[in-house]
Design a protein around this ligand. Structure first.
Ligand SMILES: [Zn+2]
Ligand SMILES: [Zn+2]
Length: 331
C-alpha cells in the first residue's frame, strides 16, 4: 500500500514538474508503459465521452475544428520544423510565442519534443529508434513509446541550441501548468459565449469537451500517424535508408507532414511538399508569417536534393525526363 502511495505521489510530482527526479530515470530502461504516469493521457480520451452529456452545437464543432487546425500547425510548423530542424529564423520573442502556442497541443514541451525527434532522425528505423513500426510494431510507434519511463526526461544534450534559453526550459519543465491554463481558457470561452450570445446554445462544459478533449485527442492521433503510418504506407521517392513514405492523405490530415520520405531525405527544409502539387499547408502558413515579418530565412530545397538518391523516375508526356525544377514557391 505504501509503495502504491509513493508511486502515485511520484507520478503527480512528475506531472507537475517534469524535471522531478528525472536524473534517476534509466534512459535504457524497459520499453513498457508506466501506467500511473500516463493516466492523464487516458483521462484525455475519457474526456471525449463527455459528448454524451454535453451534446453538441455548431459553435462547439467549429471551435473543435479551428483548434485542431491551429494546433496541428503549431506542432508541425513550430515544434517540428523550427525547434527540431531549425528550418527558419525568428526573434527570441517570437520563438517564445511559438513554444507557448505549441504547448496548447499537450505534446510536452518544445525541448522534449525536439530532442526526441532529433533522436528519431539520427536512428530512423534502427533498434535505437524509439518509434519504429518495423522494429517495435504499430501501436508502440503510434502511442506506446512516450508512455515508457525511459522517454519521459528531456534529453537536453540533444537540444543544447535551445536549452540555453531559460524561458524555453521553464515552459518545458512546467508544461502541465500551461495545459491547465489552456483548458481553463477554452472553458471560459464557453461560459462567456453562453452569457453574451445565448442563441448559440453553447456553454463552458460543452466547449471544454469539444474544444479541449475531442480536438486535442484528434491532434494527438493525427500527429502519431507520422511515426506509425508514414513509416509504413505510401511511396518512397528517395532512398533514405529507412521506411519513411510520402502519403498524400496523411499530408492533408497533418497539414503537410505526410511528405515524410521527402522530409527524411532533406529534413532542414521549411517545406515538406517538394513540388507545387504536394499540398503542404504548414508551409503556406510559414510563408504568411514570413510576409508578416515574424520569421525569415526559410530553408529552401536545393535543386540537387531533388535528384540525389532518387528512386522514383520522373515521368512526363515526353517519357522519363530529368527531375522537375523546384517550384517558384521556394523562398
Ligand atoms: Zn520519421
Ligand atoms: Zn523531422
Amino acid at each position: 500500500m505504501k509503495r502504491i502511495r509513493e508511486s502515485v505521489v511520484q507520478a503527480l510530482r512528475r506531472s507537475a514538474d517534469s524535471a522531478y527526479e528525472a536524473e534517476r530515470i534509466d534512459l535504457r530502461g524497459p520499453r513498457r508503459p508506466d501506467w500511473l504516469r500516463v493516466m492523464p493521457f487516458g483521462v484525455m480520451h475519457l474526456g471525449c465521452l463527455g459528448v454524451i452529456w454535453v451534446g453538441w452545437s455548431p459553435v462547439a464543432l467549429a471551435v473543435a475544428l479551428g483548434l485542431y487546425v491551429a494546433r496541428m500547425f503549431f506542432v508541425t510548423a513550430f515544434y517540428h520544423r523550427y525547434f527540431s530542424h531549425r528550418a527558419f529564423k525568428t526573434t527570441r520573442l517570437f520563438q517564445a510565442v511559438m513554444a507557448l502556442l505549441g504547448l496548447t497541443a499537450l505534446q510536452r514541451g518544445p525541448l522534449w519534443w525536439a530532442a526526441h525527434h532529433r533522436h528519431h532522425h539520427q536512428h530512423s528505423d534502427t533498434e535505437e529508434d524509439e518509434h519504429s513500426p518495423a522494429h517495435l510494431g504499430f501501436w508502440w510507434s503510434h502511442m506506446g513509446w512516450f508512455t515508457a519511463e525511459r522517454n519521459f526526461p528531456t534529453r537536453y544534450q540533444r537540444v543544447r541550441d535551445f536549452a540555453r534559453y531559460p524561458e524555453l526550459r521553464f515552459m518545458d519543465r512546467f508544461d502541465t501548468l500551461f495545459y491547465l491554463v489552456f483548458a481553463l481558457g477554452v472553458f471560459g470561452l464557453g461560459v462567456a459565449l453562453a452569457r453574451v450570445v445565448p442563441s448559440w446554445q453553447t456553454n463552458g462544459a460543452q466547449l471544454l469537451v469539444w474544444g479541449f478533449f475531442v480536438s486535442t485527442v484528434a491532434v494527438y492521433h493525427a500527429t502519431y500517424t507520422i511515426n506509425s503510418l508514414a513509416h509504413r504506407f505510401g511511396k518512397q521517392r528517395f532512398d533514405t535508408g529507412d521506411h519513411s513514405r510520402n502519403n498524400a492523405w496523411l499530408s492533408l490530415l497533418t497539414l503537410g507532414e505526410g511528405w515524410h520520405n521527402n522530409h527524411h531525405h532533406y529534413p532542414v527544409s521549411a517545406r515538406q511538399g517538394f513540388y507545387w502539387w504536394e499540398v503542404d499547408i504548414s508551409y503556406y502558413g510559414l510563408l504568411l508569417l514570413k510576409r508578416l515579418g515574424l520569421i525569415w530565412a526559410l530553408n529552401p530545397v536545393p535543386e540537387k536534393q531533388l535528384t540525389r538518391k532518387r528512386l522514383a523516375p520522373v515521368r512526363t508526356e515526353a517519357g522519363v525526363s530529368p527531375p522537375p525544377r523546384p517550384t517558384e514557391l521556394n523562398p
